[in-house]
Design a protein around this ligand. Structure first.
Ligand code: ATP
Length: 306
């Protein structure tokens, strides 16, 4: 059996002469929380819509659970979707909103609705109508609706959009819990890398319809960690000086003239002096503090059309 819960192969969608997504090939492993990051208009919603069967590709393939999807595929029953407005009934309670969807799905199990509401932290809302809910509560209810039918894959398009910091934290906690306790695979889109990086295991960066990079979260954090970048004429001797004189242990050799030091950043001036005093030619020594957002902007070529 394939390891991938979702694969897209050269997925392409054109609207007139607009290439909304352009040959996107991604592979998402079971149990992952996969973040799709891109600016407004990058193609995130289009990609999620095609995966969930709400739109159809111009070219390319989608494989869900190792099988090709067709327009009427019953594989899509195993996918929970929250794309654009959640479509809640404002005059009904959280319980009643979920019950309607359960009826549509033919689910009539004792305690089922309450357990879904518990999973998103809304079991306390009682008789309160959803029109009186905060935006964060509405989004969590929308997630509960997407969970009806026990999907294996959950697709969430910008679920934190417009939420206050507390609302964002609540959504994050709900998703982490779902992933941990139920091993649901989640694909979540956002235009804020900082926010995505707090929950995802892997990230796909898209811009102007193209997949620019896929990277594991740990690798991304490693790349964007504060560090001193040293370009030196003698890597080995440089390491000896850094170890002996500064007790440096966290360093990485990048190539035959470059190394990164991940600790004692504030001592960079003293390190430079010590290295030069040891007779080593230092071509450059600079502190590199690249934030996640800087990384994203560098990759997508600036923020001019945010
Ligand atoms: P946002 O966060 O703003 O929704 P996005 O990354 O989700 O951005 P998409 O909504 O997928 O981007 O849009 C990608 C491109 O396709 C945009 O240029 C958009 O204008 C275009 N597009 C999307 N849907 C349609 C449509 N139904 N008809 C024509 N063009 C469309």
């Amino acid at each position: 059996m394939t390891d991938y819960i979702l694969e897209t192969k050269n997925l392409t969608k054109t609207y007139g002469d607009k290439q909304a997504i352009d040959q996107i090939s991604i592979q998402i492993k079971r149990g992952a929380i996969y973040g799709l990051i891109g600016r407004n208009g990058a193609g995130k919603t289009t990609l999620l819509k095609i995966i969930s069967g709400l739109a159809f590709q111009t070219d390319g393939e989608v494989l869900l659970f190792g099988e090709k999807t067709a327009k009427t595929s019953n594989l899509l029953e195993r996918v929970g979707v929250l794309i654009e407005a959640p479509g809640l009934y404002p005059n009904l309670t959280a319980y009643e909103n979920v019950r309607l969807k359960c009826i549509a799905y033919g689910i009539n199990r004792e305690g089922y609705i309450t357990s879904l509401l518990e999973q998103v932290g809304l079991d306390y809302t009682g008789e309160k109508k959803t029109r009186h809910f905060s935006l964060g509560m509405k989004q969590r209810l929308a997630i509960a609706l997407a969970l009806v039918g026990e999907p294996d894959l959950l697709l969430l398009d910008e679920p934190a959009n417009g939420l206050d910091p507390q609302g964002i934290i609540e959504i994050r906690e709900v998703l982490l819990k779902l992933s941990k306790e139920q091993n649901i695979t989640i694909i979540i889109s956002s235009h804020i890398l900082e926010e995505l990086a707090k929950i995802v295991t892997r990230i796909g960066i898209i811009d102007e319809g193209k997949l620019l990079e896929e990277i594991d979260k740990d690798e991304l954090l490693e790349k964007t960690k504060d560090k001193i970048e040293i370009k030196t004429g003698d890597v080995e001797k440089t390491i000896v000086v850094l170890e002996e004189q500064f007790g440096i242990e966290k360093l990485k050799v990048i190539d035959q003239e470059t190394l990164y030091v991940y600790e004692k950043i504030e001592e960079s001036g003293a390190m430079n002096k010590a290295l030069v005093n040891a007779g080593i030619i230092i071509h450059s020594l600079a502190i590199n503090r690249e934030s996640l957002e800087d990384y994203f902007i560098d990759l997508t070529g600036g923020g001019s059309h945010v």
